[in-house]
Write a protein that binds this ligand. Structure first.
Ligand SMILES: C[S@@+](CC[C@H](N)C(=O)[O-])C[C@H]1O[C@@H](n2cnc3c(N)ncnc32)[C@H](O)[C@@H]1O
Length: 197
């Protein structure tokens, strides 16, 4: 089974044998992978009926219908979350992710990969009573991604921790990526300014 590099990274942060609530499962490939390789019990959910139908077909294809539960729902609505569950939210924007996190009691473990605004994500999830346990930076099909595991509890952070990440601030690949990104931005601002003169 072909799991994207991003979802492989998500999978490495999931606790073995835990129950996983995969919010926005889409194709449910992560749930299938975790069930087969990690011994997780998965609840694969999505807001989109078509996505969930594809998820169900994939689950059936792998003969896991009696192992992976599915639910059509918005975020964590009508889901009974337990303290030890691993909530996975991956492939959505920070705004949607934060809306989802604010609608239910949460578990002690959140594994999140947002498409944007990672700094806001860190700040807001930490404000909900979590600290950052792990951060992974990776390229998948040449696109950069960050995956973060948050655990319930408190750690003191400074500005740079929120901006770049308490773990990623020591990651050379991530720092090189940021330098390239900001150089690109600066070059483009200067060009526009130059054209305006
Ligand atoms: C880009 S896909 C990501 C799929 C998978 N999680 C991944 O990381 O590859 C985003 C999925 O999230 C679902 N989604 C978006 N908003 C949602 C919400 N509020 N509640 C549940 N699912 C949602 C979409 O329907 C879509 O299937």
């Amino acid at each position: 089974m072909n799991l994207s590099k991003r979802l492989e990274a998500v999978a490495t942060l999931v606790d073995i044998d835990s129950r996983v609530i995969d919010v926005g499962c889409d194709h449910a490939l992560l749930d299938i992978y975790l069930t087969l390789h990690n011994g997780n019990k998965c609840l694969a959910t999505d807001i989109n009926e078509n996505a969930l139908e594809i998820a169900k077909k994939n689950i059936k294809k792998y003969k896991l219908t009696n192992k992976i539960k599915t639910k059509l729902t918005n975020g964590l609505t009508n889901i009974k979350v337990n303290k030890n569950d691993n909530i996975v939210i991956s492939g959505m924007g920070t705004h949607t992710i934060l809306d989802i996190l604010k609608t239910n009691i949460l578990s002690d473990t959140l594994i999140i990969s947002s498409n944007n605004n990672i700094e806001t994500l860190r700040r807001e999830v930490i404000n909900l009573g979590y600290y950052i346990d792990s951060e992974i930076f990776l390229y998948d099909k040449n696109k950069p991604y960050v995956v973060i595991k948050f655990l319930k509890g408190y750690k003191k952070y400074n500005k740079i921790d929120y901006e770049i990440g308490p773990i990623l601030k020591n990651n050379t690949n991530y720092k090189e990526y940021l330098i390239r990104k900001y150089k690109y931005i600066i070059n483009n601002i200067s060009k526009k300014k130059f054209l305006l003169i």
